[in-house]
Design a protein around this ligand. Structure first.
Ligand SMILES: N[C@@H](CCC(=O)N[C@@H](CS)C(=O)NCC(=O)O)C(=O)O
Length: 223
């Protein structure tokens, strides 16, 4: 499993991305959720031109990947997809309302209260490393991110996962943690490093990563 040409679930990805992005494209999240749940999915790989075209924007208004469909719904946003997949598997989300609410809360927190701070640093370290404004801004960005990581670290304490068991929320939070581009900052929070490793050490994550990496062509499609 789970890549299966006849599967109900379809997830889009890019046919090619530059080396630095390989393994970090967000279709990794629903792929990982499917792997954890043991649910098959089809992959539909797009070139950039197709992704930015009007047809695909009916599926993903921002011209990004991933987009998702199954026999009942069509969606975009990787967090929403992971929750949709989690509805099919108790391995990713409890069935009771209180438990589900906690997972929804943590998925939203990862995407809304943590990821923007991580992305501010990625934007500097990956996309604007040599820009003068980036050098000036970086210390503030580090401080703000430190605040978020500190709060997360306090919540986590010595718990293995955000809630009682591994869940959809850990898929999203671990993929956010994976993008923290300052090792020295992460080193201030040993429990977050251990949490990230614990999540990324899961066989399902490794299979999802391998599936994404092996989906890329060596060269971009010719225009
Ligand atoms: N919030 C969206 C973000 C999706 C996203 O950033 N996709 C990137 C790849 S990781 C993309 O398609 N980038 C190309 C672009 O924005 O033009 C989600 O989580 O699904």
């Amino acid at each position: 499993m789970p890549i299966d040409a006849n599967a109900d679930i379809e997830i889009t990805g890019f046919a090619w991305v530059p080396d630095f992005a390989r393994g970090y494209v967000r279709d990794l999240r629903p792929r990982w959720a499917c792997e954890e749940a043991g649910i098959g999915y089809r992959q539909r790989l797009l070139d950039f031109e197709t992704a930015k075209g009007e047809g695909y924007r009916q599926e993903q208004p921002f011209g990004q990947v991933p987009a998702y469909r199954d026999s009942e719904v069509q969606m975009f946003e990787s967090g929403a997809m992971v929750l949709r997949i989690a509805e099919r598997s108790e391995k990713l989300m409890p069935r009771d309302a209180a438990g589900r609410a906690r997972i929804l809360t943590w998925v939203t927190a990862a995407l809304n209260s943590v990821e923007p701070f991580v992305f501010d640093l990625v934007n500097i370290d990956t996309f604007n490393k040599d820009a003068e404004w980036a050098k000036l801004r970086r210390p503030q960005v580090i401080d703000s991110l430190r605040g978020r990581l500190s709060s997360l670290s306090n919540w986590l304490g010595d718990k293995p996962y955000l809630e009682d068991d591994f869940s959809a929320a850990d898929i999203i939070m671990a993929t956010v943690m994976r993008e923290v581009s300052d090792d020295a900052l992460m080193a201030e929070f040993p429990n977050l490093i251990a949490y990230r490793e614990r999540c990324l050490d899961r066989p399902a994550f490794k299979r999802a990563l391998e599936a994404q990496l092996s989906s890329f062509s060596a060269e971009p499609a010719m225009a």
